[in-house]
Design a protein around this ligand. Structure first.
Ligand SMILES: C[S@@+](CC[C@H](N)C(=O)[O-])C[C@H]1O[C@@H](n2cnc3c(N)ncnc32)[C@H](O)[C@@H]1O
Length: 148
């Protein structure tokens, strides 16, 4: 795990304990828990799921444990959120990160075009998501009997 410490600022990959971070569309909240654990705090993180608490506990075996750890780290956890990055006041220098599949049918989403329509510009694309860069994170399906 590449975690660097600079007195009070802690960094893991693209994320710093100085950033104000909004995570939208969590599955079992293992992604949010990764920077929270690296920072030793999550008071700068808001983590959201479209699922209700009830749905989360039915779908993912670790969701509620992860949520409880996040809450202990001071994370603002919200469920059934209509949270959206566009609802947050933008300022110059803000960045939006998305991880998504690029094969069909996901390619039809045309993410670059959608972002451009929102006035955003692609700064960098990484062709491979390195799971090992985010210790503890396990990618989940959103629905169906195989959600876990
Ligand atoms: C493929 S799952 C990935 C879950 C999680 N981000 C992960 O990496 O494990 C897609 C997630 O997006 C959420 N989602 C779908 N539409 C959404 C929306 N409009 N706003 C917020 N979340 C949404 C679903 O509830 C689901 O949890």
């Amino acid at each position: 795990m590449k975690v660097m410490e600079d007195s009070e600022i802690r960094i893991i990959r693209h994320y710093s304990s100085k950033h104000k971070i909004l995570l939208v569309g969590e599955g079992d909240f293992s992604f949010s828990l990764c920077p929270a654990s690296a920072f030793g705090s999550a008071t700068n993180i808001t983590a959201t799921s479209l699922d209700s608490e009830d749905e989360l506990s039915k779908k993912y075996m670790d969701a509620m444990v992860n949520v409880s750890m996040l809450t202990r780290f001071g994370c603002d956890v919200q469920h059934e959120g209509s949270s959206s990055a566009s609802a947050v006041r933008r300022k110059r220098g803000d960045s939006y990160h998305t991880q998504h599949k690029t094969t069909y049918p996901f390619s039809d989403w045309e993410i670059k075009r959608l972002a451009k329509a929102e006035g955003l510009k692609l700064v960098k694309a990484e062709s491979k998501f390195e799971l090992s860069h985010y210790p503890g994170y396990t990618n989940k399906r959103g629905s169906g009997w195989t959600s876990e």
